[in-house]
Ligand binder design. Structure first.
Ligand SMILES: Nc1ncnc2c1ncn2[C@@H]1O[C@H](COP(=O)(O)OP(=O)(O)OP(=O)(O)O)[C@@H](O)[C@H]1O
Ligand SMILES: [Mg+2]
Length: 281
């Protein structure tokens, strides 16, 4: 039985008073956002190949808030996550993690910020092929010279159901298992913010639900801030808020989403979905 199925027992170590984030309210617009961006624009290529992937996006992610990002394929979801996580530079506009403006950090500062404060679950899992599942999970902390919190690490590993696969290399794991390693890696060091690009896209519905429940509990109980891209209205319903992107712009937002309301909203974007945003206007 998974940790999340054990009824009322908290599926992770209960937060203590020393865990500063646990004392933060879930949504308090007056507090400093964990991450935010202003007028973020990202243009790829030029001439015929020019693509405006992000077109003036401004958004804030508050402490403990679990946000889902939705939108048609090519609407800029991954680009937004990459730029906000300091993995890619914007063409115009600015992004902050806490009070650190990303363009003001040098390469070293950016690397340190990504390592210490950000967890990223990539759309392609980005596991290191020569390392075992466990080594992949603890890699960011090993690089930082930090010892993992063993109780938390155990909880993460059990929630994603990887215990029997810890010594396997990525090539010896199924796609879904690799995705679970990527999820565990992002959460293991309890970063300020987790950016997850379709973290349940390759999982069966039971494992997907466990990971979503785990992300939701991390946000609600421990104040973990999470931004998750998904195409699935049910996955989005685990979030506190859904931000809709189309053609590189934020076109809508709903709070306390249900799967039905998200689906309803997606239907109203069907027109957008059928448009090839990179084709001639
Ligand atoms: N490195 C790149 N060079 C050129 N164009 C790019 C690059 N990366 C992304 N794009 C383009 O930018 C646009 C937004 O891409 P992005 O990957 O952010 O979309 P997405 O919303 O994540 O889509 P999906 O749901 O398919 O993952 C797309 O039109 C894509 O082709
Ligand atoms: Mg994407």
């Amino acid at each position: 039985m998974s940790a999340l199925e054990q009824g009322n027992a908290a599926p992770y170590p209960v937060a203590t008073a020393t865990d500063a984030r646990a004392t933060l309210p879930t949504t308090l617009p007056t507090t400093l956002p964990v991450a935010r961006c202003e007028a973020l624009t990202k243009v790829y290529g030029d001439g015929e190949a020019r693509v405006v992937a992000l077109d003036g996006v401004s958004v804030k992610f508050h402490p403990g808030q679990f946000t889902a990002i939705m939108g048609p394929s090519g609407s800029g979801k991954s680009t937004l996550m990459h730029v906000m996580a300091g993995l890619d530079a914007p063409t115009y506009g600015r992004a902050w993690i806490g009070d650190a403006e990303l363009s003001g950090l040098g390469d070293k500062g950016l690397t340190r910020l990504r390592r210490d404060r950000i967890g990223f679950i990539f759309q392609a899992f980005n596991l290191v092929p020569t390392l075992s599942a466990l080594e992949n999970i603890t890699l960011p902390m090993d690089i930082a010279g930090r010892k993992p919190d063993q109780a938390w690490l155990d909880q993460v590993i059990d929630t994603v159901g990887l215990r029997p696969r810890l010594s396997h290399r990525p090539a010896e794991l199924s796609g879904g298992q690799q995705q679970r390693v990527a999820c565990a890696r992002a959460l293991a060091s309890r970063p300020d913010i987790v950016f997850a690009d379709e973290p349940t896209g390759n999982l069966d519905s039971r494992t997907g639900a466990e990971i979503l429940g785990f992300l939701q509990s991390s946000a609600r109980t421990l104040g973990q801030t999470i931004v998750m891209v998904t195409h699935d209205p049910v996955a989005a319903s685990y979030a506190d808020r859904v931000v809709f992107l189309a053609d590189g712009r934020i076109v809508d937002e709903i709070d306390s989403p249900t799967a039905d309301r998200v689906l309803e909203r997606m239907k109203s974007f069907d027109g957008t979905e059928l448009t090839d945003r990179n084709g001639a206007a």
